[in-house]
Design a protein around this ligand. Structure first.
Ligand SMILES: [Zn+2]
Length: 127
């Protein structure tokens, strides 16, 4: 699984590239990965893990009150979670989290505190 992750990561050509998939790409991803039923069943727990990891990062000392883009959050989440996760799973879950951010705040266009690029960002507001 680390090999697959590295290959995918290398082919992305830049860690902060905006992710826009065409319908064909989505279809290709869905059909090329093993067991779509299994993936559907895993969606909730993956989203839950990613939501908690992202929330933890955004409430930590380093990023409290700041906004971090989705690609940077995916990278940090991958680093936090155990190495069995695939980047594609984390990206998909991060998309879901951005659609229903809950206690976090989602800004479709903001400057990332980490990579300084204007990207869709998530942050945890001050309380
Ligand atoms: Zn970033």
């Amino acid at each position: 699984m680390p090999a697959a992750y590295l290959r995918r990561s290398a082919s992305r050509g830049g860690k902060a590239r905006a992710k826009v998939l065409t319908a064909e790409e989505r279809h290709e991803r869905a059909t090329s990965s093993r067991g779509s039923l299994e993936e559907a069943a895993m969606t909730y727990s993956t989203e839950d893990f990613v939501r908690r990891a992202a929330g933890g990062i955004l409430r930590g000392n380093k990023y409290r009150g700041k906004f971090v883009c989705l690609p940077c959050l995916v990278t940090m989440t991958l680093a936090r979670l155990h190495p069995g996760w695939r980047q594609s799973e984390i990206e998909r879950a991060m998309d879901k989290v951005s659609e229903t951010p809950g206690a976090m705040t989602y800004l479709p266009t903001f400057i990332c505190a980490l990579c300084q690029k204007t990207m869709p960002c998530l942050g945890a507001p001050h309380r």
